[in-house]
Design a protein around this ligand. Sequence first.
Ligand SMILES: Cc1ncc(C[n+]2csc(CCOP(=O)(O)OP(=O)(O)O)c2C)c(N)n1
Ligand SMILES: [Mg+2]
Length: 342
Amino acid sequence: MAAKTKTAKAAFERHGLTDEQLIAIWRTMLVHRRLEARGFELNRQGKIPFASAGEGHEAVQAGAAMAFERGKDILVPYYRDLGLDLGIGLTPYEVLLSLFGRAADHSGGRQFPHHYASKQLGLYTISSIIAAQTSHAVGAAYAVKLRKEQGRAVLTTFGDGATSEGEWHEALNFASVHKLPIVFLCENNEWAISTPLSGQMGQPNVYKRAEGYGMPGVLVDGFDPIAVYGAVKQAMDRARRGGGPTLVEGKCYRFLSHTTDDDDRTYRSRDEVNARRKDDPVPNFERFLIEHGVLTAEAAEQMKSSVLAEANEATDRAEAMPYPQPSDLYSQVYAGPWEPWQ
Ligand SMILES: Cc1ncc(C[n+]2csc(CCOP(=O)(O)OP(=O)(O)O)c2C)c(N)n1
Ligand SMILES: [Mg+2]
């Protein structure tokens, strides 16, 4: 019998994604996880004041980012969306500049960490006010429609907790009434800091609320980046064609504390968190790609090393950059050289 020289590629639903795109999704997930860990390390070393924690959100974000058309679409994310930001083109160096609060950061080192914005990438600045970004996103989508910009859509994201805000409901209603080119993506991680889903809503399936607004509601496994891509791509294509808004819910989980300022041991057991680790999308997607012949084990190891090297280089480079000068305090805030005491 002839020896098997090549592993036959197993068939799976890939929603048109090429091998290169699948590997790019996995790389985004790796960079996301590495940089979140780096944020915690730097915080515990006393080098940065704050970092957020997206572990468990890698798949929902990297999958959604692949459905975003660079140079055309608009992303209005929330604070936990580092993976989405990376997936549409933000670099690790830009992330580290934000964490270190250095002058070369997009905001001049004056924004809260992880509050990225890039006109070039179509990335709107993040609002710290829960659900406020959904109104901003709807405004952007309204502008796209008024200007008759063809083939362009807005993607906005939020957590489960955000859906309890009145502003969230207003945003969905307005989008539906005006049939706006927008996709609402809920990253349902079952917690809003220390408030569990059961303390937040009587209907734990956020996607079901879509019916009340007259738009499609789609449920997707937020640990499966390919499924997320499929759902978000379909919704974005619909929006780009003028078909109106969609609400997509990706169910995932937050494995770490809310941020470096939080200690989740005060409100949930280690048993609960550890039991959910079996769903960890980063090792699971690696295994999936290897099993299906998309990636070799050697290539996976090489990629992990290159991601670590990139993160280390970005950390060293950003740390060596200067802080903003106190004399710059009022620059880039008001038009012209306005000084408040004059
Ligand atoms: C209007 C408003 N209320 C409260 C807060 C404080 N806060 C910050 S994050 C957060 C939890 C949000 O949870 P969720 O929307 O589920 O997103 P997650 O952090 O779980 O990704 C709260 C209550 C805030 N920033 N804005
Ligand atoms: Mg949440």
